[in-house]
Structure formats: C-alpha cells, structure tokens
Design a protein around this ligand. Sequence first.
Ligand code: NAP
Ligand code: 3JN
Length: 340
Amino acid sequence: MSAKKFNIAVAGATGAVGNQMIACLEERNFPIETIKLLASSRSVGRRLDFRGESIAVEELTESSFKGVDVALFSAGGGISEKFAPLAAEDGCVVIDNSSAWRMDPEVPLVVPEVNPHAIAQYKNKGIIANPNCSTIQMVVVLHPLHQKYGVRRVVVSTYQSVSGTGQKAIDELDLQTRAILNFKEYEKKVYPHAIAFNCLPHIDVFLENGYTKEEMKMVNETLKIFEDDTIGITATTVRVPVFYGHSESINIEMKENVTADEVRTLLEKSPGIKVVDDPENNIYPMAIDAAGQDLILVGRIRNDESIPNCVNMWVVADNIRKGAATNTVQIAEFLVKEYL
Ligand code: NAP
Ligand code: 3JN
C-alpha cells in the first residue's frame, strides 16, 4: 500500500452493508485522509464510530462527492444509478454494490481474486461494480478450476441467509421464530411467506423465462467476470432461515480429465479459499463458521459419479463481508495501489 492517503465516502453508511464497509476499512487499515458517511435525510443526526471517532452522518446530495477520491456505494440501485455518474463527474471513483451498473459493458465487474486486471477499465465511466454476493463466492472457487481444466457447465443451488435482504429481514426471521415457538400470530412484511421454519425458492423478482432475477444475476455476472460466454450455467436461488452466511451446492463439469482429489489439492492453494473437508469427522463448511470472517469455505468435494470430469461441492461464505463489503474494500485497495 502506498503512503498516500485518500478522501473516502461511504454512501449507505447506516445500512447492513455500509456498516460492514466502515468496519472493513478500519480492520484493513485502509489509507484514509478523511471519511464521509452518507445516508438518507432520515439518518441526519445519527453518529457512527470510525477509528475511535464519532462521525456525523450526512445526507447524500449531488454535492456530496466534491473532493472525494473513492466512494463506496451501498444505498440501493436507484441511488447508484443517479449519483454514481454525478460523483464520477466530480473526479471520484465509485465502487458500487448494487446491480445498477454491473452489466454495463463499459463498467468493470470485479472480484480481486479473479479479474483484478479489469479494474483498469474504471477510467471509462469512473465506476467499478461489485458483483452479487452469490456470484462472488462461486466465481472465486470456479476461477482456478476454469484456468486449469476449463469449466464446461455449472449447476448451482443456493441457500441464502436473510441478511442478504437487509436489517428488516433479520428482524422478521427473529420475530417470526419467537412468535411461532410461542403459538402466536406473526406478521409477513419482507417476504410473501413465513421465512421462519421455511425455505423460499424465490429471491428478487420473477422474470419472463421463469427464473428469478437473482438466478440470472448469477449466470450473467459469472460470464462477464470470466469474459467467456461458452460456460453453461443454471441456478436455483433459495432463501433459508439462517441469519448470516450463504451456502451453495455447486456441480461443476470440466473439459479436461479431473478428479475430486485433484480439485481439492488445487483449491487448497487458491487465494481466498479455505478447504474444510473431513466428513468422516463431521467437518464441512457451515454458515455459522463462515459468518464473521472473509474466507470462502469449500468442502464435501466429491466426484459426480453420473458423468466424467465432474465434481460436486458445498461452498459457504459471509454474504455481507466477502459477498459485499470486503470485496468492495479489496477493490478499493487495488485501485489506490495501482492507479491513484
Ligand atoms: P439496508 O440495510 O436497508 O441499508 C440501506 C442504506 O441505504 C441505508 O444506509 C439507507 O440510509 C441508505 N439509503 C436508502 N435510501 C437512501 C436515499 N434516498 N438517499 C441516501 N441513502 C439512502 O440495505 P443493505 O442490506 O445494506 O443493502 C444496501 C444495498 O447494497 C442494496 O440495495 C444492494 O443494492 C446492495 N447489496 C449488495 C449485495 C451484494 O450481493 N453485493 C448484498 C446486499 C446488498 P437510511 O438509514 O438513512 O435509510
Ligand atoms: O438477497 C441476497 O442475498 C443478496 C441481495 C442483493 C441485493 C439486494 C437488493 C438489491 C441486490 C444485489 O446486490 O444484487 C440488489 C440490487 O439489485 O442492487
């Protein structure tokens, strides 16, 4: 990291992702000269801690980004659509967590373990996009396999925690669980059905092709990140009654000869991954272990015995950290080190 320090803004600072971004900047000792914490007018008057200082939250406005070098956005797609170009006009580089800019051909979509070279394209629009959490944890694992064996087809099913929907959903799972255990009535405000003691095969809106938008984000973002639209990908995304940590069952068919043991050996030395795979001793990745740390846990690696060169695995990560805030801060670290 260079000795230079930067003026940083966090847009959506009071949210689940924004809060974690602030924590990551602090934990990773990001070189900060000044930090601006931005949210809606509702949050004006609130204060948030950063490096032992209490900082007043400011309202995000058109002039918020003057003098800011890098802004981390997680205030929703509408805010990103409107304010990212305005921030870029003021010379600020935006790293955006929403889906607003991810599929724009001029905007790089970056996971630092996979395609850090794409960060150079920030110069096109002054915007870098952070992928969807479910995409991030999958592509970090697919990348070394694609480089060595060539990935032909991926079949993925997700088991996504409620924190992916934000604080209101965390509260809803908590309240519904308590109510049901006490034989009381419960409210459904965030999801169309109860999430407590249930699984919903429904994340984001349904599209004309029968898939949900979350499922198509996983497909389209993966192809963009790998710059390879020959990989076949099909996804089913499911919300489960877990607070933190997304799990994924992934079936990966490769072009070259490969076994589960070779896959395990390769993933053990790949960046960002921890292989947790000793089923005989009941050791495998679990959401409760993935939460609160940044590695992507991979286990249950085994040959798919129904076709050649194909493996199954179970992949778990903290969706708010590596799936959102940490990945964004890692991009910012590359950006300032290499380009600013
Ligand atoms: P959240 O907990 O509901 O937080 C939303 C944040 O946006 C709050 O800070 C809120 O400020 C702010 N905000 C809302 N409306 C605003 C406005 N008009 N002007 C300025 N700020 C405004 O949601 P979250 O879970 O943190 O998610 C936030 C966004 O991050 C999502 O919409 C999504 O685009 C993205 N995200 C990405 C991933 C990923 O997979 N990479 C995962 C989760 C979320 P107030 O507190 O003042 O309302
Ligand atoms: O549901 C999850 O587990 C991840 C949610 C991500 C999300 C939530 C609201 C809006 C996104 C996203 O990052 O794709 C968006 C968005 O489309 O910006």
